[in-house]
Design a protein around this ligand. Structure first.
Ligand code: PLP
Length: 490
């Protein structure tokens, strides 16, 4: 076999210690089935602290809203609700709002985002959460609800979009969400018209991009419209800059460089194939050259999460010419954020049992797993990371084994159900009963797409708590409450 091309996951100490506890993990999967999602709520609290550190460094105040849509877990919501720090939650559906309220979030800590159905809007207005109104029509509908049900004034932070940069250097994309900034004046007219029912407390945006320049344009755009709000006599207090801070998934940038280089060479036929039936991840060979663009998530991303926020705040506003953090400070605006993926960094793993290893006539090794591509959404998102082998039985010391390249197949009776369409290299050939642990799946890769196709089971979720000494305790996700923290109580 050619030399293995690993893409090792970046593991912080807590998930690394968990993966190093086969004696804890194997009985869990035996009891609860494969796949099994394991959550680390304590890690989430640590990640919040990292964002808080950035706030402190820039002397800014504001709320860190966890974007609920990244994971359906109850344990994560309840763990965050327990913190009395400046944490909140961003909900994007009626179900998420109900879940946040029932998990302990009071309405003052909740923001409702995305386009809203009437039921969602009613419960948001009735409970008094802050509404990031998505459009003028939604604002009008909200004001009508307040009037009809004689509700207290509802706080709104309208979502803006399609900001324009000075010059044409910075690409700003269209969005299907929010009110275009060019229509902000008409929106503010509506805010004034409905002043009895709604109170504008700020503005918001969320851009589904990692482009820092694009976000600087958006933040400056909000500051400019906030000036206009003040001129009109409104009293905005905050700007909410949404999520999209990203995660660094891979341990080693050099492995990433090498892998993508070799993938291109393989597609050109200059080395043995690295993908299932010539799958190209967006690239294709065309008489000796590669066309298309590599459509994979940039797994190695050193500036991500709280560090990304730090960099954004240090950016110079493109027109106003001063650092964004300074502009926020001078105007005494609070800064709210809505990280989903970034707050869930290192917060969960997905355990999958190996069922069968098959050697084909043309030399492929096929590893069939007790999970499918909807349970582990990595491939669907173009995120290339290796699973970690958790052996069923202790390995004798020095029995390193021989590295192998395998394809990971799912449990659906469907040709397309591959958990990886690329060759995944493992330190040795897996055996039935071994576990493969997919690291860092809590953000979007756990339950976003899982379903009951073929009546296959959907993964159960457990929350685990480490005692720091190698001991772990666990409970089902919906049995988790924050008062159960110490050792055997969880
Ligand atoms: C999805 C979403 C987020 C979270 O995005 P991440 O990339 O997970 O940080 C935040 N705000 C809104 C409005 C969203 O739709």
């Amino acid at each position: 076999m050619s030399e293995p091309l690993y893409l090792a996951p970046r593991l912080e100490s807590r998930p690394a210690a968990l993966l190093d506890s086969p004696g804890f993990l194997h009985p869990l999967v035996t009891a609860l089935g494969s796949p099994l999602n394991v959550l680390l709520p304590d890690q989430l609290a640590d990640n919040v602290r990292r964002f808080q550190d950035v706030y402190a460094r820039h002397r800014l105040a504001g709320r860190i809203h966890y974007a609920h849509k990244a994971n359906r877990s109850s344990a994560l919501v309840r763990r965050l609700a327990a913190d009395d720090g400046p944490t909140g939650i961003d909900v994007a559906s009626l179900g998420e709002l109900q879940h946040a309220l029932s998990g302990g979030f009071t309405p003052d800590r909740i923001v409702a985002t995305g386009p809203k159905d009437p039921d969602f809007l009613w419960l948001a207005a009735r409970t008094g959460v802050t509404v990031c109104v998505d459009s003028p029509a939604e604002l009008t509908a909200l004001a009508a609800l307040v009037e009809r049900f004689r509700l207290p004034r509802v706080r709104v932070m309208p979502r803006l979009s399609q900001f324009t940069a000075p010059g044409t250097r910075i690409l700003t994309r269209r969005s299907r969400f929010g009110t275009p900034v060019s229509e902000a004046a008409a929106l503010l007219d509506l805010v004034e018209k409905h002043a009895d029912g709604i109170e504008l407390t700020g503005l918001s945006y969320h851009l589904d991009t990692m482009g820092i320049a694009e976000k600087a344009v958006a933040l400056e755009g909000c500051l400019t419209v906030l000036d206009e709000c003040r001129r009109r006599g409104l009293r905005p207090l905050a700007v909410d800059i949404g999520g999209g801070f990203g995660v660094d998934y891979l341990a080693d940038g050099a492995q990433w460089e090498r892998y993508t280089t070799e993938l291109t060479r393989a597609l050109l036929g200059k080395r043995p194939p690295l993908t299932w039936q010539g799958h190209g991840y967006g690239l294709r060979a065309d008489s000796g050259t590669v066309r298309g663009a590599l459509a994979v998530y940039p797994g190695h991303r050193p500036v991500a999460g709280a560090r990304y926020l730090d960099e954004l705040l240090a950016q110079t506003a493109p027109s106003l010419g001063r650092p964004l953090a300074t502009l926020l400070l001078e105007n005494l605006y609070d800064l709210h954020v809505e990280p989903g993926r970034a707050l869930l960094d290192q917060c969960g793993i997905t355990l999958v049992q190996v069922r069968e290893v098959r050697h084909t006539a043309d030399g492929d090794r096929l590893v069939r797993l007790a999970a499918n591509a909807r349970d582990v959404g990595l491939e669907d998102h173009g995120l290339l990371i290796d699973p970690v082998l958790v052996p069923a039985r202790p390995e004798p010391p020095g029995s390193g084994g021989t590295p192998v390249g395998v394809y990971l197949l799912g449990n659906l009776c469907l040709e397309a159900d591959l958990i990886s369409r690329r060759t995944v290299f493992l330190p040795r050939e897996p055996r039935p009963g071994d576990l493969l642990a997919f690291a860092n799946t809590a953000g979007y890769f756990m339950d976003f797409t899982a379903d009951h196709a073929l009546h296959q089971p959907v993964a159960r979720k457990v929350a685990v708590h480490g005692d720091g000494d190698g001991g772990w305790s666990w409970c089902l996700d919906d049995q988790y409450w924050p008062h159960l923290t110490a050792g055997d109580a969880l």
